[in-house]
Design a protein around this ligand. Sequence first.
Ligand code: ATP
Length: 327
Amino acid sequence: MRRVADTSTPNATSGNWALEARGLGKRYRRGWALRDCSFRIPAGRICGLVGPNGAGKSTLLGLATRQVQPTAGDLRVFGVPVDDPAVLPQVAFLGQDKPLFKRFTVAETLRMGAELNPGWDAAAAERIVRAGNVPMGAKVGTLSGGQRTRVAFALAFGKRPDLLLLDEPMSDLDPLARDEMSTLLMAEAVERGTTVVMSSHRGTTVVMSSHMLTELEDMCDYLLVVSEGRIRMAGDADALVPAHTLVTGVSRDGSLPPELAGHTVVESRVQGRQFQAMVRPRGPFPADWERAEPSLEEVLLAHLRSSDAPPLYTQGARVEAEGTQAA
Ligand SMILES: Nc1ncnc2c1ncn2[C@@H]1O[C@H](COP(=O)(O)OP(=O)(O)OP(=O)(O)O)[C@@H](O)[C@H]1O
């Protein structure tokens, strides 16, 4: 199901970046919800926005949909400032609260979509609804959660957006319906080349649910990891994980070996006579260390647990600096 990653990275001036943030920040009375965020998401990708509760994911999606005004920085959608009205028809947003009128029938809901959106794709919207055997004459209020989500997806895709922003729209669905919606989402997005950014809240706080991880690994070819209002990782999913190595070895006198300082340490600990560390290698390791490639879950959790771990951007994922950050 996974898309083949398009490794051709657009250059900074081509406008081929679906989202491009420079020093983006949002401060509420209580403090910064999002601070000093610089990143780029190439067009045509499916990007997972990952982070624990309160990380700033909804704030970021709010900034991209103009529901939230930035305190600092700059955000562009396909090269155009987000507050330019030209951006509006290009972007669709689907949140946890589906914007549907319960008293409308499904057919009336689709008609409303047609009237509100000049470039409405009636065939696509109907196809999505019919594929789920959702009765056109049924009132939205009588549909199951899965059926309602399908209608909301039909509304979003009927708009023919170039950028589709999803804020956990599948959180109320059972695993079967989630699978079904994921397949639908992938098929529609691939067919149209739609860029999708979707947030995943579920379970990231302590232990990530395997379901969410499978979803992330299967669907997303790009990741934006946020924690405490800051970007922790951004870039190609295929490049982020292999940039890390899990090393273990014998700890002398209960402390970390000095050779670790030669690498970028994301997280480390000493347990009894052993040390373990998640690092981004900057050279060869001592021969007596054991090495393993970590899983996506291990890399994400290590970054989310260590707020002072140096962030990682793969090539092109940050505006100011090109290339994988070694720091
Ligand atoms: N309207 C608001 N007024 C004040 N503080 C806010 C507002 N919206 C968000 N915040 C704060 O900003 C921070 C980021 O919130 P945000 O909703 O963006 O996080 P999130 O990653 O989407 O979290 P969750 O997974 O819980 O939805 C939190 O500390 C939150 O309390």
